[in-house]
Design a protein around this ligand. Structure first.
Ligand code: ATP
Ligand code: MG
Length: 372
């Protein structure tokens, strides 16, 4: 559910976005989830298509950093790819994605290509596959400028060097002549950022930009993103399953579960008082440095559901310590829980105490100090 007060004139406005694939094409069927699918489970089908992103509403304002969190398979990457029309073969997209009021889902391929890279750029989840191993870094950077901005060869090279310096790669002239395999993982990630930013996009979609990096390089990349936002006012959608990264960088956070948004709030509000049991559980998985060391690292028991066998009510209900009887038969929609704070959950009491209908097993888990 969009929050009008957060984005009076959103750069990007997403409404009821749904991505589905032909049922046979589903790439991530989890055997465990299949095995535990309950009787009466409802396949998320739309004309024999499985929905991997389901009815997402989001707004993004200029200069804003929106974090998107969620477990593996929750649809984070598919949501970003859908914005740019880059979903896999056979994908069917419904809903609306507007950039400055222009509907992207209806754009012809050539026009969408111009928007991609020039106005909205993406840093892909795996930097190794985002770079062409056969082309030098310089060639890959200058090509973006020549294709999207029509810049001449000399000027493009100067700008490519300056861009490498902007992402804190020293000795840019030498690195421009190198191939991707000659760089470290951290440098390759910086290069993909430079490639995404060289045409001065207004929106940067960053898919797990720090996951494969060690903590020192990770914090350097996060600092770099913060600096770029301050300097260029680029709006950033930062996808990560690491709530710690969200806490460090994002202004606002949207939490995804099984293809839908289940909570959306300013980052301080979500960390101070999550309203959805899944967000609360995700947050407890972040190790804390203040306080006594935990006996063991928290995790969320159970598996996210297979899109082919969603439970009939709330998709999180089978793993939820707060679940009520209604959760098993009706899927909650996003409602406003506080100013700028939205949640999709039937449980209306403050979190911290599981509801009366919580299963004995889940309550016992909570009592034992584990994440529900
Ligand atoms: N080309 C495809 N065809 C069919 N299903 C797909 C395809 N690509 C992804 N999916 C399915 O879409 C769902 C969401 O995948 P997605 O990659 O968006 O998850 P994610 O949240 O980005 O996970 P991760 O944190 O592991 O990157 C998964 O069930 C996945 O198997
Ligand atoms: Mg992903």
């Amino acid at each position: 559910m969009p929050d009008p007060s957060a984005a009076p004139e959103p750069l990007l406005q997403i409404r009821a976005l749904t991505v589905s694939y032909p049922a046979g094409a589903h790439a991530g069927a989890l055997p465990a989830a299949r095995a535990t699918a309950r009787p009466g489970a409802r396949p998320a089908r739309a004309e024999a298509h499985l929905e991997v992103v389901r009815g997402v509403d989001l707004d993004l304002a200029a200069g804003e950093i929106l974090g998107i969190a969620g477990e593996s398979g929750s649809g984070k990457t598919q949501l970003l790819l859908a914005i740019l029309g880059l979903c896999g073969a056979g994908a069917r997209l419904r809903g609306s994605v507007r950039y400055r009021g222009e509907e992207l889902l209806a754009l012809p391929a050539a026009q969408l290509n111009r928007t991609r890279g020039a106005r909205i750029a993406m840093v892909f989840q795996d930097p190794a596959t985002a770079l062409n191993p056969y082309l030098t870094i310089g060639r890959q950077l200058t090509e973006v400028l020549r294709v999207h901005r029509g810049v001449g060869a000399r000027a493009a090279e100067r700008r490519a060097g300056a861009m490498l310096e902007a992402v804190h790669i020293a000795d840019a002239a030498r690195h421009l002549r190198q191939y991707p395999h000659e760089l470290s993982g951290g440098m390759r990630q910086r290069v993909t950022l430079a490639m995404a930013l060289i045409a001065e996009p207004q929106v940067l979609l960053a898919d797990e930009p720090t996951t494969s990096l060690d903590v020192t390089v990770q914090s350097q990349i996060l600092a770099l993103l913060r600096e770029l936002r301050e300097r260029t006012r680029v709006a950033i959608v930062l996808v990560t399953h690491d709530m710690g990264v969200i806490a460090e960088l994002a202004d606002r956070v949207a939490v995804m579960y099984a293809g839908t948004l289940i909570e959306q709030a300013p980052v301080e509000a979500l960390f101070a008082g999550p309203r959805h049991p899944y967000s609360e559980a995700l947050q407890r998985c972040v190790p804390r440095l203040d306080g006594p060391p935990p006996q063991r690292l928290a995790s969320i028991p159970g598996q996210p559901p297979d899109p082919a066998a969603l439970p009939p009510g709330c998709a999180f209900a089978p793993r939820c310590a707060y679940r009520l009887e209604v959760c098993e038969r009706s899927a909650p929609t996003l409602v406003q829980a506080a100013p700028r704070h939205w949640k999709a959950c039937h449980y209306d009491e403050p979190l911290g105490r599981p509801g009366p209908a919580a299963s004995t097993a889940a309550a016992a888990t909570l009592a034992a100090g584990e994440v529900p």
